[in-house]
Write a protein that binds this ligand. Structure first.
Ligand SMILES: NC(=O)c1ccc[n+]([C@@H]2O[C@H](COP(=O)([O-])OP(=O)(O)OC[C@H]3O[C@@H](n4cnc5c(N)ncnc54)[C@H](O)[C@@H]3O)[C@@H](O)[C@H]2O)c1
Length: 345
């Protein structure tokens, strides 16, 4: 069965392509490589031992998407394609509304004429803002978004919900990811370091290997166990498997809309992550404390009861596994050609 992956050459999409093949599906990737590189496709092929169908195209290109859909006739879609840097979205909001909202609408206009049985959307725990209760579950209130990026996820969920309410042969699954980290255990795919990373783990591994002078930990006086921010870090392979579970269930359901948190259900502080890195890499990390960063939620982790219960999905990897695989990926990166970062700090 063919499954269309928009943004399938990206961090989460590439791991999901592997997981789909391992589960007998046939992924078709559409990616314009704005935040990825063609070598990722080659490396997926190395992992799975077969050729991957992919198209280099902006998913906002209606004619192009229509041609691909008619040719490939997928039964499901997993929609990853979006810009994802929170800070950049504050500086350049129109880029985010254009890509994450307008291109989504263009894409839906095309799939409106097709029979897509199961549609899975990459949403985010950013939709919860600062939650009233932790662990946060799916019925928690959606708070005003801190950033244009966060707002595009809220709007995306709403647009898709309204769209799929009118379809009686398709199902929609909204997956709210917590903090995806790690890399494929082979070290062949992972998060590409394009630009200065705004996420903790790529920053740690880059500081570890010497691409960055040091890591700054933003804030040490939060009301958490060690004063640093707490997040729910989920291994990208576990997250990829959650997509397969959601897609499969969606193919069986008709006419329904479901929302699931995808997290481990456990919180880890920034210092926990640093310690895990130091343990697996057997080296100390050069870090210092800085002031709090505007917009950072002090503490959030998931209530993952629903996805475990309804999709029989369980995270398998530990925090140390995540750091071990991310570190392997970082050490492997010099073998690959990618858009290099312009700025060092
Ligand atoms: N990584 C995270 O921390 C995180 C957390 C929550 C949600 N998400 C969401 O998950 C999805 C995937 O994230 P990721 O970390 O894999 O990001 P990524 O940037 O690695 O992957 C996104 C891919 O989409 C492609 N793309 C973007 N716009 C496109 C367009 N218009 N047409 C074709 N291709 C396009 C990029 O080239 C890239 O390969 C995104 O929607 C993101 O917002 C990510």
């Amino acid at each position: 069965m063919k499954i269309l992956l928009t943004g399938g050459a990206g961090f989460i999409g590439s791991h999901t392509a592997v997981a789909l093949i391992e589960n007998g599906f046939d992924p078709v990737i559409v990616d314009d490589f704005r935040n990825s590189e063609p070598f990722v496709i080659e490396n997926i092929e190395k992992i799975v031992g077969k050729k991957i169908t992919y198209y280099s195209l902006n998913i906002g290109n209606k004619e192009g998407v229509k041609n691909i859909l008619q040719r490939e006739n997928p039964v499901g879609v997993i929609h990853f394609a979006a810009d994802k840097a929170v800070n950049e979205s504050v500086l350049n909001p129109m880029k985010y509304y254009q890509n994450n909202v307008l291109n989504l609408i263009n894409f839906l206009e095309v799939i409106d004429q097709m029979n897509i049985n199961s549609f899975v959307f990459s949403s985010s725990c950013t939709v919860y803002g600062v939650p009233d209760k932790i662990p946060v579950n799916e019925s928690a209130l959606i708070k005003p978004a801190f950033s244009p990026y966060g707002y595009t996820k809220q709007v995306g969920e709403r647009i898709l919900t309204d769209f799929f309410k009118t379809k009686n042969k398709s199902s929609l699954t909204l997956l709210r990811y917590f903090n995806p980290i790690g890399a494929h255990p082979s070290g062949l795919i992972g998060e590409l370091p394009i630009g200065v990373p705004s996420n903790l783990v790529p920053y740690i591994t880059q500081a570890g290997i010497g691409k960055r002078k040091k890591l700054t930990v933003f804030g040490k006086d939060y009301d958490t166990k060690d004063g640093t921010c707490v997040r729910d870090y989920i291994h990208v392979v576990d997250l990829a498997n959650a997509h397969v579970a959601a897609l499969k269930k969606g193919l069986k359901r008709k006419d329904s809309i479901k929302t699931y948190n995808v997290g481990t259900g456990k919180g880890a502080s920034v210092l926990d992550v640093i310690k895990a890195f130091e343990k697996v890499s057997q080296q100390g990390l050069n870090y210092e404390f800085g002031p709090r960063r505007a917009g950072d939620v002090p503490k959030i982790y998931s209530d993952n009861f629903l996805i475990k219960n309804e999709l029989a999905w369980h995270p398998k990897f530990s925090l140390e596994d995540c750091l071990e695989h991310a570190w392997k990926w970082e050490k492997n990166l010099f073998n690959f050609k990618y858009k290099s970062e312009k700025k060092q700090d």
